[in-house]
Design a protein around this ligand. Structure first.
Ligand code: ADP
Ligand code: ZN
Length: 826
């Protein structure tokens, strides 16, 4: 008997291994196997088994190496997942084993721990293997009547899990399987809190003033920040990371009694979104909802593949349609997967699904620890939950008999994985999984991606439209809010711009606050100032490892690289000319926060960006606070644009609507249009009419003028014309290839040789651009070059990419990263 194994390497091939007699009952397609590889040992997945192959030799006559052990009691990868990952490997040009590593819960290489527990059964009279006899004797002699597999292996040469399984079959032992402790999140963690006399942001700031050490000051400021954010006892590790300090710097503060440290348990089972649940409210569906649901149900009833694009404006009731469609799926005895963008997985969303599906739904999210992930996966594998909701990786949930896959906010870029391989797009793979399973796929959005829009126009997806918001109690329909543009250049000319918030926006905020209503403000950059610059010589501090400027974070007084996370103190004097003339350029969320504090001293502001949501659950806590009405203004990066539904929000302001337009990326207009339309949809969702104010320096930009009118069709029409002229998606595919390496000259030469080779193979069937230095030419000390390949419809690029990858050897410490259907080419 032989087995084909996919190993977690960027290799196209699978490997054949012999299966020893003893392991045969446990080896199935989908099992994780430990095998010798090169001079080490690797874990791979059996992709097929040949029970009749007894030659014991490779095709070229060398003896086959043998499988060392089997890790799972039940095949880890279902046949569905084997087929799906095979497709992914082919399409996205990566190893099958790499695709499997992404699809399996804790990675392929995770160590499972097996404990062999002696039962009460008496030992059998005769055992034909001396190792079994010895194992039983050791178990009987052990204190708990149990030993780990590792311990048995140490004492008995050649002992395997398969042997342990024989003991189990004889009834004399049982095997318990779990994750090895060390890999699972630590059971306890150190946390910090301010000592009672100092437990307020002001008190901490006061103490900080008196401290001489910069690190100590930074720690106190970070603690104060956490207090502001309602986090009273942050984990020590997070505080130190944000402060850029070591535990050494903590000691003085602990000794002085300003802060206290304590150990606490880390929960393994996240109770994310598991708040008490009322029954779901009674709904009468709108005509739009009824029509869309009827079509989807028709599709479900055929028990064959069907794909839908559900185009519904924000607040049109798409989520309710998903829920009803899921109920129909469950009633058919099938299962369902709901994908949401990471940011869309708010407690609000989870609560709505829980109200309908209770404990039939598994919630996956990216903040889960390895242990939580593993447990959830095992429950899903065992068929405990018929519904799963989560970010893109939930697509690989080991559900059987899948009937419905929903991709909410299908236009979101976060559905594309970049690192590590496979660089897959969950929306596209969702369609593939649905097709393979004979299931229905529903892609939903208020601003569909142009790919899906075009697919609907060509009939590849059935188009379902819900153009109106759900009517209010009284029966009137909440209108999409009017959008106003404020031309910042104009304001400046009229000397009305002092700071980052224009007069019309400030007036609008003031007006809403005075009525007791709430405001959402979007500023799509975190930190205080994206760039600080010396006014005398123009010097701007840059990251020593990445070719980007450092962003100034005022609370910690430090500058941070948003690519590699490195932080530095803000210099008082310019290291280039020696003058003390640094000035802040550009605007980050912290700076807007400061300006709000000056202009509206009484307003309670919640800031939401990557810095304030680094702590587990902070995102939800901040939103809950705003939702409860304990804050007046929600200020943040694109996180505030997605999926929130707060009845009291009547004004949405965008501090700089153009920031995304400056990127040299063919999707820049589309992204900006989507972001503005989504954030605009947050205003006036209920009975109070809302309004939207966009500040811009480019009032004529297409993305803005169409967002102003909530005109998706108009935008799509003009954008498609441009894309078609250039051969960009959806009229062709884009493959981006990035070349990375430690030596600039070597990377450049490699990039050029690679591009030449591919161009030669392509023979004019596709456009291969010259390799150029990337926009961010250096990240974490690596130099980056890239090229873009435009592939016309119907031309298969993957075989060529593979051929070039094989033909052009990468120099030492250099590699080519192929990204098929890249979402960004900057
Ligand atoms: P979308 O997902 O399209 O943005 P939602 O499904 O979130 O829209 O619906 C918007 C709001 O309207 C939610 O508060 C939801 O509970 C409510 N809603 C949805 N459908 C109905 C309905 N048929 N009747 C009353 N309220 C509804
Ligand atoms: Zn850096």
């Amino acid at each position: 008997m032989t087995v084909e194994i996919a190993l977690p390497l960027p290799l196209e091939t699978t490997y054949t291994y012999a299966v020893p007699e003893l392991l045969r009952p446990d080896v199935h397609a989908g099992s994780r196997l430990v095998v010798p590889f090169a001079r080490g040992v690797l874990t791979g997945v059996a992709v097929s088994v040949d029970p009749h192959d007894t030659s014991g030799e490779t095709d070229d006559g060398r003896p086959l190496r043998a499988v060392l052990d089997v890790l799972d009691d039940e095949a880890a990868a279902t046949p569905d997942l084997l087929a799906l990952t095979r497709w992914i490997a082919d399409y996205y040009v990566c190893g099958w084993g790499e695709a499997l590593r992404t699809a399996l819960p804790a990675g392929l290489d995770v160590s499972t721990e097996h404990r062999i527990v002696r039962t009460d059964a008496p030992p059998p009279e005769r055992l034909d293997d001396l190792r079994l006899t010895r194992a039983l004797r050791l178990l009987d002699g052990s204190r708990e009547g149990a030993l780990t597999l590792g311990a048995l292996r140490q004492k008995i040469p050649g002992f395997t899990l398969a042997l342990a399984r024989r003991l189990e079959r004889l009834g004399v032992a049982e095997i318990e399987t779990g994750l090895r402790e060390a890999r699972v999140a630590a059971k306890t963690e150190a946390a910090l809190r301010a000592a009672p006399p100092f437990a307020s942001p002001h008190a901490l700031a006061d103490v900080a003033e008196q401290m001489r050490g910069a690190k100590q000051q930074a720690i106190l400021h970070v603690l104060a920040d956490y207090l502001v954010e309602d986090v009273n006892e942050p984990a020590q590790a997070l505080v130190l990371e944000r402060a850029g300090a070591s535990s050494q710097s903590l000691r003085a503060l602990l000794q002085m009694g300003v802060i206290e440290r304590f150990e606490r348990e880390v929960r393994r089972h996240a109770d994310f979104g598991a708040m008490p649940q009322g029954p779901p409210p009674e709904r009468v569906f709108t005509d739009g909802q009824r029509g869309a649901l009827a079509e989807i149900v028709t599709g479900l009833d055929t028990h064959a593949y069907a794909g839908y694009l559900l185009h519904g404006v924000t607040g049109s009731g798409k989520t309710e349609v998903y829920i009803e469609a899921l109920k129909h799926t469950l009633a058919q005895g099938r299962t369902g997967i709901v994908l949401v963008p990471e940011i869309g997985l708010t407690p609000q969303t989870v609560r709505r699904f829980r109200a309908h599906f209770g404990d039939q739904i598994a919630v996956l999210h990216s903040r889960m620890s390895l242990g939580e992930r593993y447990d959830a996966w095992r429950d899903l594998r065992a068929g405990r939950y018929p519904v799963v909701i989560g970010p893109r990786s939930a697509l690989f949930a080991p559900l059987e008999n899948v009937g419905l896959i929903v991709v909410d906010e299908e236009h979101e870029a976060s559905y594309k994985q970049f690192d590590p391989a496979p660089r897959y797009h969950a929306r596209d793979v969702a369609l593939v999984r649905a097709r393979m399973a004979g299931a229905v796929a529903v892609l939903g959005s208020a601003t569909p991606s142009l790919e899906s829009w075009q697919n609907a126009r060509r009939g590849k997806l059935t188009y379902l439209e819900m153009p109106e918001r759900v009517p209010l109690e009284g029966g009137s329909v909440a209108q999409l809010p009017p959008v106003r543009l404020v031309d910042l250049a104009d304001e400046q000319k009229r000397h009305r711009l002092d700071g980052t918030l224009s007069k019309p926006l400030v007036d609008a905020i003031g007006d809403r606050l005075s009525k007791g209503e709430q405001v959402v403000l979007l500023q799509n950059r975190r930190g205080y100032a994206p760039v600080i610059e010396c006014e005398s010589c123009g010097f701007a501090p840059r990251c020593g490892d990445c070719a980007v400027t450092l962003t100034y974070h005022k609370h910690s007084g430090r500058m941070r690289c948003h690519y590699c996370g490195r932080t530095e103190r803000r210099p008082t004097r310019c290291p280039s000319c020696g003058e003390a003339t640094f000035t802040d350029l550009g605007v980050g969320t912290q700076r807007v926060e400061e300006e709000l504090a000056l202009r509206f001293p009484d307003a309670r502001v919640v800031r939401m960006d990557m810095d304030t949501t680094a702590v587990k659950d902070a995102h939800h806590r901040l939103l809950d606070r705003f939702g409860r009405g304990d804050a007046d203004i929600l200020l943040g990066t694109q996180m505030v644009a997605k999926g929130l539904d707060f009845p009291n929000v009547t004004l949405v302001g965008v501090v700089n609507a153009d920031s995304g337009l400056l990127l040299p990326d063919f999707r820049a207009e589309e992204r900006t249009f989507q972001l503005l339309t989504q954030v605009a949809g947050r205003a006036g969702r209920h009975d109070r009419p809302g309004e939207v104010v966009l500040q811009t320096r480019r009032p004529d930009a297409r993305a803005l003028t169409f967002a102003l009118k909530h005109d998706y069709r108009g935008f799509a029409k003009t954008e498609l014309v441009q894309r078609q002229d250039l051969g960009y998606p959806p009229f062709g595919r884009v493959v981006a290839v990035e070349f990375r390496g430690a030596d600039e000259t070597a990377v450049k030469a490699f990039a050029e040789a690679w591009t030449d080779d591919l161009r030669r193979r392509a023979e004019g069937t596709m456009e291969v651009f010259d390799a150029t230095a990337s926009l961010i030419a250096r990240v974490k000390t690596y130099w980056r070059f890239h090229t873009v390949v435009l592939v016309p419809p119907g031309v298969a690029v993957q075989p060529l990419l593979r051929a070039t990858l094989a033909a052009v050897p990468a120099p030492h410490k250099t590699r080519a990263i192929v990204d098929v259907d890249a979402v960004s080419v900057a």
